[in-house]
Design a protein. Structure first.
Length: 194
C-alpha cells in the first residue's frame, strides 16, 4: 500500500516563534536521519539569503526559491520531508505542490503568517490550513498590554500603518509588533457591520 505523507502547518502572528518551531522540527528530523529539504521564498532576505533564520538568530541552511515550482528540482525520490518557511509569500500554486509532495509520501511542514497586518487572511495560508493534517496556531505577547497576541501590527514612523498600505513589506522589529486584538489598530479600515 502506498504511503501518504502529511501536511503540518505552523501559523500565527509575527514574533510568535513560528520559525523557531519549524527549525526545532527540522533538527528532530535530521536527528532521526531523515532526508530533509528546507525552503524559503527569496523575498525573505531579512537576515541571510541562504538560511532560514529566526528572530532569535537560530538558523539552518536552506534553498531560497523565487517560485514554488523550483522545489521540484530539489525534492528527490529519497526525500522524507519538505519544510517551507514563510509559506504565505509563495503563490496559490504552492498549495497544489505541497499536496503533490504529500501524495508522494513526503511529510510537508510549513510555517507562515495566517493573517496580514490588516488582520485579514494572508495569501495561500487559509487554503493550505484547510488541507493540513495538523495546524499549530501560536501566539506572541502583546507589546502594549502583555496579553496573548494574535495580530501583527505594522508600524510606519512610529505609528500604526494605514489599511491602504501594500500588503507585503518584508521586515522585522523595525516594522512590526505583536499585538492582541484589543490593542491592534488599523487606521482607515471600514468594517461591514459597524
Amino acid at each position: 500500500m502506498k504511503k501518504i505523507g502529511t501536511i503540518d502547518v505552523i501559523c500565527g502572528p509575527m514574533f510568535a516563534g513560528k520559525t523557531e518551531e519549524l527549525l526545532r522540527r527540522v533538527r528532530r528530523l535530521e536527528y532521526a536521519h531523515k532526508n530533509v529539504v528546507l525552503f524559503k521564498p527569496q523575498i525573505d532576505d531579512r537576515y541571510e539569503k541562504s538560511y532560514v533564520v529566526s528572530h532569535n538568530q537560530n538558523k539552518a541552511l536552506c534553498v531560497a526559491i523565487k517560485d514554488a515550482n523550483e522545489m521540484f528540482k530539489y525534492v528527490k525520490d529519497d526525500t522524507d520531508a519538505v519544510v517551507i518557511d514563510e509559506f504565505q509569500f509563495l503563490g496559490d500554486e504552492a498549495v497544489d505542490i505541497a499536496l503533490a509532495f504529500s501524495r508522494r509520501g513526503i511529510r510537508v511542514i510549513l510555517s507562515g503568517l495566517d493573517r496580514d497586518f490588516r488582520n485579514e487572511p494572508f495569501g495561500n495560508m487559509p487554503k493550505i490550513m484547510s488541507y493540513a493534517d495538523t495546524v499549530l496556531k501560536l501566539t506572541a505577547i502583546c507589546v502594549k498590554c502583555g496579553e496573548p497576541a494574535t495580530c501583527t501590527q505594522r508600524i510606519i514612523d512610529g505609528h500604526p500603518a494605514s489599511y491602504n498600505e501594500p500588503q507585503i513589506l518584508v521586515g522585522a522589529k523595525e516594522s512590526y509588533e505583536a499585538r492582541c486584538a484589543t490593542c491592534h489598530e488599523i487606521p482607515g479600515r471600514k468594517y461591514k457591520y459597524e
